[in-house]
Design a protein around this ligand. Structure first.
Ligand code: SF4
Length: 766
C-alpha cells in the first residue's frame, strides 16, 4: 500500500460551490444546445483543430464519435455535422490542448489529486507519457514503454495462476483492439474479462437471448421511420443519446406516436428543436411524447402487465382483433402459460404498484391496440434492478402479443451508452467462452483457449477484495467510479500488487491503485494512427449492429502515445513465453491482418476488409430482425416474470442513480444539468415536495443518504435537497456521487448487473 493511501479520497469530495436551482427546461437542443456545445469546444480546442474535427465526426470517411452508440444514417450524412451537444463535449474532452505531462504529475501528488472533484481531475488534460506510481511513492513519475511492459509481463509471469489477473474493458475500445486483447488474455490462460457491459445492458443481453435468440436489439434506424408507435422506457435520450431525438422527430413527422415511460419528466422526451433545421432556430420545436407515464422506479413490469391485462380483456371480447394470433401460433412458444399467469393479476394492485392511474393505463393500452407496428426502446432504467432481466423479458412479451418483431417498423431497441460496447462483446470480450469461438481461435491461432468461466465485474471486485486477484489491467474506463460500493471497490483495487490503466486522461482510478500502478497513454478516436509508416483505421459496431470504419485525423496529443492494438501486442510479447505462435508485430503492422483474423473466427464478418471499406459499413446478421428466433425452442419465447416488490418502510426511499446533462458515464464535462435546472453542483438529491414535507426538509437543506443491506450501513454525506417532479417514495441522485450506497453484491438475477436504479435508502438532515 502506498504511504498516502489512508488519506486518499475514493469518492468525489463534498463540493464547496454554491448550487443554483432554476426551472427545468421545456425544450431540448435548439440554440442553447449549439451554444453550449461550441462553448465547450472553443474552451478546449483551437479554431484550427475544431473545425475539421467537428466536420469529420460520424462522417463516412471520418471518425466515430467517442460518445454513445446511437447509429448514423445508412446513406446520407448531414454536411452541417453529424453530432450532438454531448458528442461535441466528448470530442472537446479528447482533443483538448491541455496536457497532463510529467511536470504535471511531479507537481501534484496522488493524494492531492484524489481530493479534487472528478470534473477537475478530468480537466487535467491528455496524458503524454507512460507513468508509474512506485510502491510507497507519493507521485507518478515517467517510465519508458519498454520498462512498463517488462514490469507487467514479469508480474503476470510470476502469478500462481492466470486467474489471479483481471483484464477489464471499457466501451471505447475498437474492434481490432478488443479482438487482440481477448486473444492475448486467453493465450495467457484466463477468461477474466469483465467489461462495462456487465454494468449496463447485460440484463438486456440475457433477457433478449432467452426470448428472441440474440442479445442485441433487432431494429434499424430505418424502422423508426416506418413504425406506428415508439415506446421509450427508462431512457433519457436528450442527454444520453441526443441524436435519437432527430430520429424521433422524423418518426413523428411520418405519423408515429410516442409513449414515454420514466420516473422523471425528461426535457429530451417532451419537446425538441432540431438545430439542423431553420425551424430549430426560429420555430417552437417538435412535441415528442404523446403520452408520458411517470412510473415509479422499478414499476415497469407492473405497468406492462396492467397494459397487457387490458389488452387481454379486449382480445377475449373480440378474438383476433388485438393480438397477432397468427404470429403467436407460428412463431412463439409458451403463450398459454403466459396468459394463464397474466390472469392471476389484478388491475388495481398493478396500478398501485407502478404508480400510474387505471385511466392512464387504459388510455395507453388503447393507444397500443390501435397500432400494428411498435418499437420499444430502453436503457439503464430497465436493466439496473434485481429484476432487470425480467423487465426486458416483459417488454418482449408485449411485442410478441402484437407480433411486433421481425418485420419492418417493429422490434426491440436497447440503446447502448458507449460507442463500441456492443462491438467489444461481439469481439469476444466476455467472461464466458463459447465452445464454437474457442474452436475457431484454436484452429486459427494454434492454442488451447481456457473454458473455465472468468470473473464479471461483480466477481472481479470480490476476487480483489478477498485478495484472490493480484493484477488489475483496465483497457480504458474508470473502474472505481463506474462500479458500485466505492469504498469497498477502492479497498479491492488497493489489495492488488499491480494496477494498470490504459487511458487518455487522468481519472480517479489512477489515484486509488494497487501497490504499484501504471498509466499507459493511448491514442484517442480523433487521432491519426500510423503503424509501420501506414495510416490505419479501426472499426466499431453501433447499437443497431452496423460495423463501420473510424479514421482519426488529428496529430496525436504526444509523440509518446501508443494505439490500443499496439499496447496489446507489446503486452503479449512481454508476457507470453514458450511456444506462442502468434505474430503480434505482424498483426499490428497492418490492422487488415487483425480484421482477417476476425473474419476467420467470428460469424458475420466474412470479407470484413472488403465490406467495411464500403461507405457506411455493413449490418451484422440478426435473426430476430428477420423473424428467425435462434432460441432453445426455435421460436420467440413468452416468459413469466414477477412484479417487483420493495415494501418500503416509513422513511425509506427507492433511489435511482442518473447522469447529469454535463456528464458522459464517469466523465464530467461540467457542473450543470441544464435540462433539469440544476447548476454548479452535482451532490444533489431530487425529492418529491410532499416527501420533503413528510421528512421535514426543504429545498436547499443538506441531507446524508444511507443504505442498509445485510447488516452493513453505507453512508454518502451532504447532498443538497432539490424539490422535483418525481414519483412519491422515489429519489434521484447522480453517479458516481451516490455509488458508495450501492452494495456490490446486490445485482440483477442472471445478469449480475448492479442494482444502481433501485437502492433502498434513508435521508437524514445533515
Ligand atoms: S448521439 Fe451519441 S454518437 Fe451521436 S454525436 Fe451524440 S454522443 Fe456522439
Amino acid at each position: 500500500m502506498n504511504s498516502d493511501q489512508t488519506k486518499l479520497c475514493a469518492t468525489p469530495p463534498i463540493e464547496k460551490e454554491a448550487i443554483r436551482i432554476g426551472a427545468p427546461k421545456t425544450i431540448a437542443a435548439g440554440i442553447p444546445g449549439v451554444t453550449v456545445a461550441l462553448k465547450h469546444v472553443f474552451k478546449e480546442m483551437s479554431l484550427k483543430t475544431c473545425v475539421p474535427t467537428l466536420f469529420a465526426v460520424n462522417q463516412m470517411d471520418g471518425f466515430d464519435c467517442p460518445g454513445c452508440a446511437w447509429p448514423d444514417p445508412d446513406d446520407h450524412r448531414s454536411g452541417m455535422g453529424e453530432y450532438c451537444e454531448n458528442g461535441a463535449k466528448a470530442i472537446a474532452e479528447e482533443a483538448t490542448a491541455a496536457r497532463a505531462n510529467p511536470e504535471f504529475f511531479a507537481k501534484h501528488s496522488v493524494e492531492e489529486m484524489s481530493h479534487w472533484s472528478d470534473y477537475k481531475i478530468g480537466k487535467s488534460g491528455r496524458i503524454t507519457h507512460p507513468m508509474i506510481l512506485r510502491e510507497s511513492a507519493t507521485h507518478y513519475e515517467p517510465i519508458s514503454w519498454e520498462a512498463a511492459f517488462s514490469l507487467i509481463g514479469n508480474k503476470l509471469k510470476t502469478l500462481d495462476s492466470p486467474d489471479e489477473a483481471i483484464f477489464y474493458t471499457s466501451g471505447r475500445t475498437s474492434n481490432e483492439a478488443a479482438f487482440l486483447y481477448q486473444l492475448f488474455v486467453r493465450q495467457y490462460g484466463t477468461n477474466n474479462l469483465p467489461d462495462c457491459s456487465n454494468m449496463c445492458h447485460e440484463s438486456s443481453g440475457v433477457g433478449l437471448s432467452k426470448t428472441v435468440g440474440i442479445g442485441k436489439g433487432s431494429v434499424k434506424l430505418e424502422d423508426f421511420y416506418q413504425t406506428d408507435l415508439i415506446i421509450i422506457m427508462g431512457q433519457n435520450p436528450g442527454t444520453n443519446h441526443p441524436r435519437m431525438l432527430s430520429a424521433l422527430q422524423k418518426a413523428k413527422r411520418n405519423g408515429a406516436k410516442i409513449i414515454s415511460v420514466n420516473p422523471l419528466k425528461e426535457t429530451g422526451l417532451t419537446k425538441f428543436k432540431n438545430p439542423q433545421e431553420l425551424s430549430g432556430w426560429v420555430g417552437s420545436g417538435t412535441s415528442l411524447s404523446d403520452m408520458y407515464l411517470q412510473v415509479m422506479v422499478n414499476g415497469d413490469v407492473a405497468l406492462l402487465k396492467a397494459i397487457m391485462l387490458i389488452m387481454l380483456e379486449a382480445e377475449e371480447a373480440n378474438p383476433g382483433t388485438v393480438f397477432d394470433q397468427e404470429f403467436i401460433k407460428n412463431q412463439t412458444a409458451d403463450y398459454e402459460a403466459f396468459i394463464a399467469d397474466l390472469k392471476n393479476y389484478n388491475l388495481n394492485s398493478l396500478s398501485e404498484n407502478c404508480g400510474i392511474s387505471i385511466e392512464q393505463i387504459r388510455a395507453t393500452a388503447t393507444e397500443i391496440m390501435r397500432h400494428k407496428k411498435m418499437i420499444i426502446c430502453w436503457a439503464m432504467g430497465l436493466t439496473q434492478h434485481k429484476n432487470g432481466v425480467d423487465n426486458i423479458q416483459e417488454v418482449v412479451n408485449l411485442l410478441l402479443l402484437k407480433g411486433s418483431i421481425g418485420k419492418p417498423g417493429a422490434g426491440t431497441c436497447p440503446v447502448r451508452g458507449h460507442s463500441n460496447v456492443q462491438g467489444d462483446r461481439t469481439m469476444g470480450i466476455w467472461e464466458k467462452m463459447k465452445p464454437d469461438f474457442a474452436e475457431k481461435l484454436k484452429a486459427y491461432f494454434d492454442f488451447e483457449p481456457p473454458m473455465k468461466e472468468g470473473y464479471n465485474v461483480v466477481h472481479a471486485i470480490k476476487a480483489m477484495y478477498e485478495k484472490k486477484a493480484k493484477v488489475f489491467f483496465a483497457m480504458g474506463g474508470n473502474f472505481l467510479s463506474a462500479t458500485p460500493d466505492t469504498e469497498l471497490t477502492a479497498e479491492a483495487l488497493q489489495n492488488c500488487d499491480l494496477t494498470v490503466q490504459v487511458s487518455t486522461k487522468p481519472n480517479r482510478s489512477h489515484l486509488i491503485t494497487g501497490k504499484t500502478a501504471l498509466i499507459l497513454p493511448c491514442l484517442g478516436r480523433t487521432e491519426l494512427d500510423v503503424q509501420n509508416g501506414e495510416k490505419q483505421f479501426v472499426t466499431v459496431e453501433n447499437s443497431m449492429g452496423v460495423v463501420h470504419q473510424s479514421r482519426g485525423g488529428l496529430k496525436p496529443a504526444s509523440e509518446h502515445l501508443m494505439s490500443e492494438p499496439a499496447i496489446v501486442a507489446h503486452l503479449a510479447k512481454a508476457t507470453l513465453t514458450g511456444n506462442n505462435k502468434t505474430d503480434w508485430d505482424g498483426l499490428v503492422a497492418d490492422y487488415d491482418r487483425i480484421r482477417e483474423a476476425i473474419d476467420k473466427t467470428i460469424p458475420g464478418f466474412e470479407n470484413y476488409n472488403e465490406r467495411v471499406r464500403k461507405p457506411g459499413g455493413f449490418y451484422l446478421p440478426n435473426g430476430a430482425r428477420d423473424g428467425n428466433f435462434k432460441t432453445a425452442t426455435g421460436k420467440a419465447n413468452f416468459t413469466i416474470n414477477q412484479v417487483a416488490e420493495h415494501n418500503l418502510s416509513n422513511g425509506e426511499f427507492l433511489m435511482m442513480t442518473i447522469r447529469s446533462h454535463d456528464q458522459f458515464n464517469t466523465t464530467i464535462y461540467g457542473l450543470d444539468d441544464r435540462y433539469r435546472g440544476i447548476y454548479n453542483g452535482r451532490r444533489v438529491v431530487m425529492v418529491h415536495p410532499d416527501d420533503m414535507e413528510l421528512i421535514g426538509v426543504k429545498e436547499g437543506d443538506f441531507v446524508d443518504l444511507s443504505s442498509h443491506y445485510d447488516g452493513v450501513d453505507r453512508v454518502a454525506p451532504k447532498f443538497y435537497v432539490v424539490a422535483y417532479d418525481i414519483p412519491r417514495k422515489c429519489i434521484g441522485t447522480y453517479f458516481p456521487e451516490a455509488n458508495p450506497l450501492i452494495p456490490y453484491d446486490k445485482y440483477a438475477d442472471k445478469s449480475h448487473t448492479p442494482i444502481s436504479k433501485s437502492v433502498v435508502v434513508r435521508l437524514r438532515k445533515n
